[in-house]
Design a protein around this ligand. Structure first.
Ligand code: AMP
Length: 275
């Protein structure tokens, strides 16, 4: 497996169908699953490892974000990745004069709690697409709003890449795997699994959606928030949304997603599911 630190080292072979997985490292099974999907679909798989400072807010965990390049390299190697691109911050951001803003789909939910986060995400993803030139790019549905933001950017800016969204990989308890789970104790992990449990419960109660009213949906969502609070999780949001626009559900919309974010002390968890 090749390891590149500089943009100038990346050389695209136009004969190969290239699959690309952008990441911030600290790999777990979720990351490996994206790489395996890419390996199946493509001739060559490249992965970037870059903890992108512009998507972290001033009071967020950029400095303490888990980093373990040696371990990441051996995990990526084990699933057949051809190369890793792991640049320094200065290589990617000699300046920060130009950025991408996806209007609409970034206004609520993560975008509201983390102002500027999705501008950072969209900008780094576009830069990486331009640096790497992939045919296909892989993202995890765990970060559902991120998938929608990237899709909007690709559609609206006519970026020549095919997006693939991969199902969330979970612990046996249901907890979505995340690099930040490294900060959780065993008992916190157990507690954290109630986020997905409440998402599944709410999804079951909401089905069939055609029989729901806006009041009954509001009641089910509020019940889930109360249950989470009893488990020690305070929700930033727990919402039923239009799966494409991310606007709150209204009667008649049937392509939906349940999305949630909750805090357990200083630790923030996000998750989502379909109905
Ligand atoms: P990150 O390193 O957290 O930026 O994640 C890199 C990519 O892996 C993103 O597309 C994430 O959505 C995806 N990802 C993170 N966790 C999971 C998971 N548990 N299952 C599937 N994909 C994931």
């Amino acid at each position: 497996m090749r390891v590149y630190r500089r943009i100038s080292e990346l050389k695209r072979d136009p004969r190969l169908r290239l699959g690309f997985v952008p990441t911030m490292g600290a790999f777990h099974e979720g990351h490996l699953e994206l790489m395996r999907h890419a390996r199946r679909d493509c001739d060559e798989v490249g992965v970037s490892i870059f903890v992108n400072p512009t998507q972290f807010g001033p009071n967020e965990d950029f400095e303490s974000y888990p980093r373990d390049l040696e371990r990441d390299l051996s995990m990526a190697n084990s699933v057949g990745v051809a190369w890793i691109f792991a640049p320094e911050v200065a290589e990617i951001y000699p300046r920060k004069a130009v950025s991408v803003h996806a209007a609409g789909v970034t206004e609520r939910w993560e975008g509201e709690v983390r102002p500027g986060h999705f501008d950072g995400v969209a900008t780094i993803v576009l830069k990486l697409f331009n640096i790497v030139g992939p045919d296909l790019a892989y993202f995890g549905l765990k970060d559902y709003q991120q998938c929608i933001v990237v899709k909007r950017m690709v559609d609206d800016l006519n970026i020549p890449v095919e997006l693939k969204f991969v199902e969330t990989v979970r612990e046996p308890s249901g907890l979505a795997m995340s690099s930040r789970n490294a900060h959780l104790s065993a008992s916190q992990r157990q507690q954290a699994s109630s986020l997905y449990e409440q998402l599944r419960n709410a999804a079951a109660e909401l089905s069939p959606l055609s029989s729901q009213t806006e009041q009954s949906v509001a009641r089910i969502l509020e019940m889930a928030r109360q249950c989470l609070l009893k488990e020690g999780l305070s929700t930033d949001y727990f919402a039923l949304v239009d799966a494409e626009s991310l606007l709150p559900w209204t009667k008649g919309v049937d392509n939906v997603r349940l999305i949630a974010a909750a805090r357990m002390g200083t630790i923030r968890l996000i998750d989502n599911c379909s109905l």
